[in-house]
Design a protein around this ligand. Structure first.
Ligand SMILES: [Zn+2]
Length: 171
């Protein structure tokens, strides 16, 4: 099923998510399918479980946006192991639609995570994938990309969102 995307302002996005301890269950496998489906429906290249209202340390990534099945990645209980270099590109978030800002991130990132069967793996990604690793891991720690931009820019975005909330255009 396709879940609606939770928007900025919902506390689930700013709380650390809960560690997954049960693997290879029909419930987990279905949830992962639903996460991919919800991410593709929202035209994202990454989605964290809190963004569909579940405080669970699960993220899915597909930097090919559905074009390449081998690009589908499931990250359960992920952590960033190593970062190298730097890149600054515009970044957005499905939970903060309509806004994009340049964000400085590491250029190469190695993560350690578990797959749907609970097996631990490590993977290194560059550029967009490195950015997705950092963005999604941040989500699971209750951190949004706007915490990486200047206070001035962040306050401007918050003010605009408050205005949208007032007129009912932010749900
Ligand atoms: Zn996001």
């Amino acid at each position: 099923m396709i879940y609606p995307i939770v928007k900025y302002g919902d506390p689930v996005l700013e709380n650390p998510a809960e560690t997954i301890t049960e693997f290879d269950t029909p419930e987990l496998n279905q949830f992962l399918e639903d996460m991919f489906e919800s991410m593709y429906a929202a035209k994202g290249v990454g989605l964290a479980a809190p963004q569909i209202g579940f405080s669970r340390r699960i993220a899915v990534i597909d930097t090919s946006a559905g074009q390449d099945p081998s690009a589908r990645l499931v990250l359960i209980n992920p952590e960033v192991l190593r970062i190298e270099g730097a890149q600054t590109e515009e970044e957005g978030c499905l939970s903060i639609p309509g806004f994009r800002e340049p964000v400085k991130r590491a250029k190469r990132v190695t993560i350690r995570a578990q797959n749907a069967r609970g097996e631990v793996f490590e993977q290194t990604g560059d550029d967009l994938l490195a950015r997705a690793f950092q963005h999604e891991t941040d989500h699971l720690n209750g951190r949004l990309y706007i915490t990486h931009i200047s206070v001035l820019k962040r306050d401007l975005i918050r003010r605009k969102i408050r205005k949208l909330m007032k007129v009912g255009d932010w749900k």
